[in-house]
Design a protein around this ligand. Sequence first.
Ligand SMILES: [Zn+2]
Length: 267
Amino acid sequence: MNVEEPWYIKDLKLDSISKNLDIWLDFRRGSKFPCSKCGKPNCPAYDTKEKVLRHINYFQYSTYLHCRVPRVKCSNCGVLQIRVPWARELSHFTLQMEATILELAKKMPVLQAGNFLGEEDKKLWRVIHHYVDEARSKEDFSDVSVIGTDETSRKKGHNYLTIVADFEDSKVIFACEGKDSSTITSFSEDLQNHNGDPSNIRKVCCDMSPSYISGISTELPNAEITFDKFHVMQAMNESVNEVRIEEQKKIRNSKIPNSYGLQKRKI
Ligand SMILES: [Zn+2]
């Protein structure tokens, strides 16, 4: 964890019954810290607040970090809590634990990751939202010009999400609830909030939904629509099937020979 001066490990306790490892960190008396807002060095400690953070497991032991986090008195900014090198402010976890949560969340449902780590999933969601929001705020969509959009259902029932992907980057760039034309309006607004330009979108691949077609025509003026091959084939197979069912009904209801030239007869 690279615990550096003025921090030091004050105590450790390995409990073989509860399977917990507790580590107490503290700082040397009289230490001074930089202000977390303006960076002014050598601010004296004003008071401290005890914090307990979950760290990555030490073998099978759940590891907890206990530490007195100081607030400092900065002559520019007033009294503020300092930044510690192993955790982000307001988080219940160390940075290493947060990195583990993000890795697990890529590979399994968050509830399952929470069960695996022995933590409530809502705490994991807070970490995921924080880093996803931070990463999205830095996205630059100024080069996006070829996209694909489709709907997917969320949970059970008709709870839809619209997903937009940048086809040249093979990356999902937008998602929102619903599947009507307003989803394309929301995408267009989000694109502009990330340096993108709706008139730069040249090609859109989508299904044959009138809502998407209408949204694209209104919001993405220079976009040429290509219907997704999967949806075209799906519609074609459904139509062929309908014709087959209709033909079977006709054969059953009439005495004319079926397509194999065989007369239906009673046995
Ligand atoms: Zn300051």
